[in-house]
Design a protein around this ligand. Structure first.
Ligand code: CTP
Length: 400
């Protein structure tokens, strides 16, 4: 079988050096990669590096090898075009259909999925012109990965960093696997909660649970690859931020509720994959609780936490907003699941069986997704990403 053909477009930003790592990952995992740098990108990384790493000449202008009509052929033949880094200028050109060099021509002739990984200073990213260009590209079905937050060129920090090349590679892999119809969540905003809340007893102790956050992170990664704008509300997870998601870190159920409700205000779908503690200690001891010789420990008094899923379902922030819950059950999995779906009032409930050695921390899962319309979709044992894709299929179907 032919290797999948990937065009790596590189525009002129300091993050161009990180595209070398992305190129390596793509070629080492069996992709045939043509690098199309812009003229200004070559100020950061030279032609020799791109040619040596890709095994093809790196062409910038449409005037080179004209007999091969590269400005049409490269785009037409591609299975995926990924632009990393995509500067504000490149996003503007792409949004307006300008074609003044080989990369912009390639973007116009490509019939395959296109991924943009923007990198720029925070002010440029937040500028309304850039934001409108990004919205235009997303509406047309391109996957635009949200930049990461962190150190920028020089001493600045903020939103605008190119995400980790490994994470961009993962987005590319997923987009390629899904093919031309990959961006079915383009233009949608989805909110996902992940991980497990911790309810503090004192500054060093808490009541927690064993959720790793893997299923929620898999939902975030797959939603990014399907073109959605993603807000990930992460409770105490140690996993690396998924590329392209806005990550809001929280600790307790009360903090999680606040972050989820805020993000849900303009969301098309909310998926509650977090393990939220139903109870929290009634009293928080500001100093470490000490044992006292000869005294029995005081019982821990608990109070109820808000039920975020029930609250989201009862008061949808937008008409047609799809709300999805998860249920972890140890016995009578289906019967308990159906009862919970009715009680919580959500549209979909992903029910999985948990136990000492099952699901928690694992990269695999099996589940049945129950819907308010009475249907049930069984998802066989497999990667958490496969389950995530089934959830998004069902969500996308309900969004119409
Ligand atoms: N959930 C929530 N707020 C809570 C507790 C749970 O939003 N305070 C959400 C979880 O994110 C999950 C779903 O509700 O999507 C199911 O949680 P689960 O703990 O299985 O259900 P409970 O309502 O706690 O029922 P029980 O403990 O009786 O199984």
């Amino acid at each position: 079988m032919d290797k999948p053909k990937v065009v790596l477009g590189v525009s002129g930003g300091i993050a161009a050096y990180k595209a070398c790592e992305l190129l390596r990952r793509l070629t080492e995992s069996g992709h045939d990669v043509r690098v199309v740098p812009t003229a200004s990108a070559l100020n950061f990384v030279g032609e020799a590096t791109w040619s040596a790493l890709s095994g093809h000449p790196a062409v910038t202008q449409v005037w080179e090898s004209v007999h091969e009509v590269p400005h049409v052929r490269i785009g037409q033949e591609a299975d995926l075009v990924v632009v990393a880094p995509a500067t504000a200028d490149m996003l503007a050109k792409a949004a307006h259909g300008l074609a003044d060099d080989l990369l912009t021509n390639t973007l116009l002739t490509a019939r395959c999925p296109v991924v943009f990984a923007p990198a720029m200073h925070t002010e440029m990213w937040e500028n309304q012109a850039t934001q409108e260009n990004v919205a235009t590209l997303r509406r047309r079905g391109a996957v635009v990965i949200e930049p990461a937050v962190g150190r920028l060129t020089g001493v600045d920090t903020g939103k605008g960093r190119l995400p980790d090349p490994g994470e961009i590679f993962e987005v590319c892999r997923r987009v390629l696997a899904r093919g031309t119809h990959s961006a079915d969540l383009a233009g949608r905003h989805v909110v996902i909660s992940a991980g497990g809340t911790r309810e503090p007893l004192d500054p060093v102790r808490y009541l927690g649970n064993r959720s790793s956050g893997r299923q929620g992170y898999a939902l975030a990664r797959t939603a990014v690859a399907r073109g959605a704008r993603v807000t990930l509300v992460a409770a105490n997870s140690e996993l690396a931020d998924p590329a392209g998601a806005d990550v809001v870190r929280v600790g307790t159920a009360v903090q999680l509720r606040e972050a989820v409700l805020k993000a849900a205000a303009d969301a098309d779908a909310v998926v509650m994959a977090a393990a939220v503690a139903d109870f929290r200690p009634a009293h928080y001891a500001p100093g470490k609780i000490k044992k006292k010789d000869g005294e029995e420990p005081a019982p821990v008094e608990l109070v109820r936490n808000p039920d975020v899923l029930a609250e989201l379902s009862a008061g949808r922030a937008r008409p047609g907003q799809v709300v999805v819950g998860f249920a972890a059950e140890t016995d009578d999995v289906l019967a308990n699941g159906r009862a919970k779906l009715a009680r919580k009032g959500c549209d979909l409930l992903v029910v999985n069986e948990v136990g000492e050695d099952r699901t928690f921390g694992s990269t695999e899962n099996e589940a049945v997704v129950l819907a308010a319309d009475g249907s049930a979709t069984e998802v066989p044992h497999g990667p958490k990403e496969a389950l995530a894709d089934v959830v998004w299929d069902l969500v996308a179907g309900r969004l119409g």
